[in-house]
Design a protein around this ligand. Structure first.
Ligand SMILES: [Zn+2]
Length: 340
């Protein structure tokens, strides 16, 4: 089968690799009907994360179950399924509390790779959710978004306690930030302020539910958010970048007593204790427990109540994955979908 392999920063190749197969009795193998390139795939692509050896890429996927291990009960061959970027048993205490991304038996799908023709899914019973009926092509795109960016944006909005009567600020105009806007709107937030300085992303942000745009960054961005909120700051802030500047911007934009949901993968962020102490905000973040939200998101997508698949603005065959990485790296594409 074919798979995307990153050999060194900027060096993405599609290669023949050993076929995916059932290794553990709790595994399933799926035929990947669509995968995508994640903003977090750009960290090693840009050399910000070390590439010590050739690495399989991808952790988002939808597909059809091809094989199951002997102990798999919840999915069967032929099921159309969605899973998240962390395989989880969905039975341990952490999972049952809704934090499946930190399951005591977690397996990171990025270590297996899903930008490929087939993928092994560990802990299939806990990880995979079967989609009822036959999703249309546009529903399939949305289900793929649910696998990571939508689920992550949704968690960020929930962690930030976005809801009716609350003003939400969103730091980051990548796919996750945009999905955070969609989530905040679905959760009932009336006012959603997108922080973005790119016209194309601003248009998408508005389409997903943003009511205001702030172009300023850093202290100027914080001042603008306060100006828009009667001097108070946002009730709920979504941080979807992961840099020092974006994290400080998120905390600074939030009013005392407010909540920050941070889901940008942290790179070099250091917080000053005293500054944090006086910020008086709740911080909740980390790798999003997408599995918690998948059943609800699948229902919303299959009822055509949300259309997050529109976040994909470039579709390429797997064979052209390298061009997909370039397009995202150069910001010519927000989110790239890879087809077989
Ligand atoms: Zn668990």
């Amino acid at each position: 089968m074919r798979a995307v392999v990153l050999h060194a920063p900027g060096d993405v190749r599609v290669e023949e690799v050993e076929d995916a197969r059932v290794v553990e009795p709790t595994d399933a193998v799926i035929r990947v009907t669509a995968a995508c390139i994640c903003g977090s795939d750009l960290w090693p692509y840009r050399g910000i994360e070390e590439v010590a050896e050739p690495a399989r890429m991808g952790h988002e996927y939808i597909g059809v179950v091809e094989q199951i291990g002997d102990s798999v009960r919840n999915v069967k061959v032929g099921d159309f399924v969605v899973g998240s970027f962390v395989a989880s048993d969905n039975t341990c205490e952490i999972c049952r509390a809704g934090f499946q991304s930190r399951c005591v038996h977690q397996v990171m799908m990025g270590g297996i790779g899903t930008q490929s023709d087939y993928a092994r899914i560990p802990l299939a019973d806990g990880t995979l959710v079967t989609v009822p009926g036959e999703p249309t092509e546009s529903q399939q795109r949305s289900l793929l978004a649910a696998s990571d960016v939508l689920g992550t944006g949704w968690f960020a909005a929930v962690a930030a306690e976005a809801g009716p009567g609350r003003t939400v600020a969103v730091v980051g105009d990548g796919a996750v930030g945009l999905m955070g806007i969609l989530a905040a709107k679905c959760l009932g937030a009336g006012r959603i302020i997108a922080m973005s300085r790119h016209a194309d992303r601003q248009a998408l942000a508005k389409r997903f539910g943003a009511t205001d745009i702030v172009e300023e960054r850093g202290d100027a961005g914080i001042a603008k958010i306060k100006e828009l909120t009667g001097g108070y700051g946002a009730h709920s802030t979504i941080e979807a970048v992961g840099t020092q500047e974006s994290m400080l911007q998120a905390i600074g934009a939030t009013r005392p007593g407010g909540h920050v949901g941070y889901v940008g993968v942290s790179h070099g962020v250091e917080l000053d204790g005293l500054q944090l102490f006086f910020a008086t905000v709740s911080l909740l973040g980390g790798p999003a427990p997408v599995r918690r939200f998948l059943p609800e998101l699948i229902d919303l997508i299959m009822a055509d109540e949300i259309d997050p698949g529109t976040v994909f603005d470039l579709t390429l065959p797997l064979e052209q994955a390298a061009e997909g990485y370039r397009a995202m790296d150069e910001r010519r594409a927000t989110k790239v979908l890879l087809t077989p």
